[in-house]
Ligand binder design. Sequence first.
Ligand code: FAD
Length: 759
Amino acid sequence: MARRDRDRDKQFFVETDPKNARQDRDTNFYVSADILSMLYTVLVTITALDNKYKLSHKVPGWKFALLNVAKRCHDATMPGEENLLLRKLVVRSLVWGKLSMRNYVINKSGIPRCFGDIMPATRGKRKERSPIESEKDPHKEEASNAQKSSRSESEKKAPKLNQEESEKGRAKRYERVSNNTNNTSHPRLGVKAREKQGMYNKNAQKGEPDPTAIGGSFEGTPLDELEKVMKKSEVEFKKAKNGNVLMWIRNKDFRAFERASQAAKSMGTHVIALHVISPGDYKSHGRGARRIDFMMRNVKELRSELKEKNIPLVVRTITPRKTVPKEIISFCDEFNITKIYANIEYEVDELRRDAVVVHLARESGKAAFFVHDCIIVPPGMLLTKEGKPYSVYGPWFKKWVETVNENDNLLETSEDPEANDESVRKDKSLHSLFEEEIPSEVEGYECADAEKMAQLWPAGYHSARESLGRFLEGKKGKEADDIFQSSKVKEKKAAVENYPEGRNRPDVDGTSRLSPYLAAGVISPREVVQKARKMNKGSISQGGKENGFSNWISEVAWRDFYAHVIVAWPRVVMGRAYNLAMESVCWEYEEDQVKAWKEGNTGYPIVDAAMRQMRETGFMHNRCRMITAMFLVKDLMVDWKNEVGEAYFMQHLMDADFASNNGGWQWSASTGTDPQPYFRIFNPFSQSEKSAQSYSDPDGAYIKRWVPELKSLSGKALHDPFHKLDKASFKKLGYPEPIVDHNEARKRALRRFKTPGEK
Ligand SMILES: Cc1cc2nc3c(=O)[nH]c(=O)nc-3n(C[C@H](O)[C@H](O)[C@H](O)COP(=O)(O)OP(=O)(O)OC[C@H]3O[C@@H](n4cnc5c(N)ncnc54)[C@H](O)[C@@H]3O)c2cc1C
């Protein structure tokens, strides 16, 4: 609000982000000196009490008392300077996270509203439940029952914060909260419901940071907890009796496998590989059938490779998900396994689960060890001067480059596991494992277009290597290039050389298309970066003058960045925005518009081409992901966290990966760590014609490939047929009119994003 309006509309707006608060100097709040000092005392006292006794967790009602004080302050007046002082105090308290409030506004009528506590997460029209929610879902009933029971259970037995809490208690708690298949990160649930049911609950574990805390830290996160329990188990790990070794395969690189294999060799025993199918986890992460099918195909490939090394790979389906840790231990008992190895998965539930496995293993005289593996630089290794995690990619990447250059081991790839001794085939209990059947599909996740997906995305390490070779060296592979190359102009050189342009051109096959393999852990990010570095004469970054190789490496690094983000700010795994202030943006939900977006019938050719490509192939070019995501969020004003955006991509993308997908959506929605500023809104018409850096689809070849209704058009009409053609010619196309007016939608988005909470 401008300063000149001060007297007309008294409005006080507290930003959770101090940077924004400073920008907001012009918003005003009148308060008398007495009340200011009283409020100050209240804040300081409450903060101190809260700090000491964690009051905010026990007596949430005090927040409302504070709001009432603030409301009374509203009518009083005082000069701007003191006003700023008050704001600083409130902001500081909020930043410390001690007040557990995301932000609050006293609106024009003087009524305080505490976002998240008073306001619903999604506002605006909602005709009915979203189609995804109302779709027949095999797990639905189970989930909703679990939801009810978990809620009443958590209400009855809300765990108290106890400094002395034992690991045993933690294990029990894990079971209780995970007794709900529809857990934490499932985007279909409302924010509050997820928080209530989520294992990432502020009452769940001692020392766990408040999920709404602003600052971000690696300390006290679920990863920190896992590392601590592993540290405690180090002695047991060394002392573990001789026995077989379990390699719990999560399909993510093979560092852990290398160690498992070495451990078995040193004990003169055998390695057994296990893959767990956990439908409860798939559901909680909104995994789609394509991705599950791809995973099973990769497991099969791996199984045949391991068989040649006398290593049996078996698959067990474990449900409900809460029983995974126990079942792993029972499996170990059955096959005389004393050591368990696996790679770390960075989502909250998975970290919690693994901490419980470490604990249960210890209790039963075994040892479990989890290894950083699926990204290059482990979370927690890159910190700012203040010892905080980075929230902006630029400086983070600079540090990433420095760290990788200084630590050669970070790019070291693992050795293949050594073969088991032949005797394993005659072992009474182990020989039958080689004969066990592996299921080809998972119930409830049958892939309707499995055959086509298998052609486009062949499974296995060798297929991944082929894609890498095609991209870096221009080697021809078996893959169906034409479906990804709509433009007739075919490059003779390797795509990497043209990458700075190719990464913006959905009409050319100019990127590696390695994402499904990296996401599934079929190929290691270390291997791909190492190879690119070698071809770039040993250099990772050109210090600002990037060529194709260094540019590409910097893109691969985004995977690491987003994994670091979900570890340091676990709330993003719970369907929360990183920038909490943006959670109060008023959303819309028009069923027909959402349907049109999903099906590629929005009347915006580039959006439709991209959405149709994803439905057809399981892949979408990065630029198009940004355009379509931003269209949903800014043009249709749909809450991407709720059921539609993020979840829909997870369902359809072959490379669906929680961290990267969430990061991409947060970026596009201007709610993320390193967000697109809210006022920069892509124009979907001009984006295809010309983007900021280059032409995305200059000849419209991509549009023609995926939107055949527009095949006969050229020039500007192809990118914006509704406005560039006369009515009769447009009608003949059989193509829909734009479902929203971009200019109007843009104004609405600017207004709502500028002042979250305003209609
Ligand atoms: C809304 C949205 C959702 C996304 N969802 C996913 C997802 O579920 N899984 C996924 O792997 N990527 C996701 N991305 C990132 C990016 O779009 C894809 O990684 C990329 O398009 C994959 O194509 P490629 O393998 O040819 O990439 P290349 O350009 O060849 O890049 C090489 C590798 O770097 C990584 N990478 C590149 N860009 C990014 C990025 N922006 N963020 C994270 N990693 C990146 C990928 O692993 C990729 O395979 C998303 C981006 C957005 C905007």
